[in-house]
Design a protein. Sequence first.
Length: 203
Amino acid sequence: MIPEEDPQAAAMTSAHRPNALWEHRVGVVLLALIFVVFAVNAVRTITNWSQFRPHLAGDPAPTFSLPRIEANGVLGERVRLESFAGEVVLVDFWATWCAPCRASMPRLESVAKHFAQSNVTLLSINTEAAGARVKARTLVDQLSPSAILVQDTGEVADRYGVTSIPYLALIDRTGTLVWVHRGGLGRSAERELIDIIGKALRE
């Protein structure tokens, strides 16, 4: 015997079909959008890989222009990397809360004094917000007075691929990165840095 069709059940099934079809289409569209966004980001990352990866020795040093941090944390004139063309530049990315950063500063000062009669510049780049400027100025005056102190809100650190601090980068007279060091500057790294600066000055 063939069972009779329940008119009420048939009506409910018929009413739900458009909804189910609509939900299916919406799901397909959402998946397609997610795929497109992923593909666009993947292409962008591959195309601009040099901007995302950490910079290594041998890469051109990213240029920048950052304001000086003067007495009492006041911002002064901007310092441009290009203005040191023909010099060797040691760049130190750091923050006031970073103990290894503070511990490295006297060693960086010692390196700067070692080359005081040469064309070597120490750039101290504080990576914090405005509220740390006074403390940053005080620490540099105490621990590394030879350094030129500037402030970065994160853009330059990103361009250099800084993911942890302290982060040191040595730029030779042609504007090329010749040495990158992540972490505190110990005695062996300090001696290595002096040797590399000496070589960069001779070339």
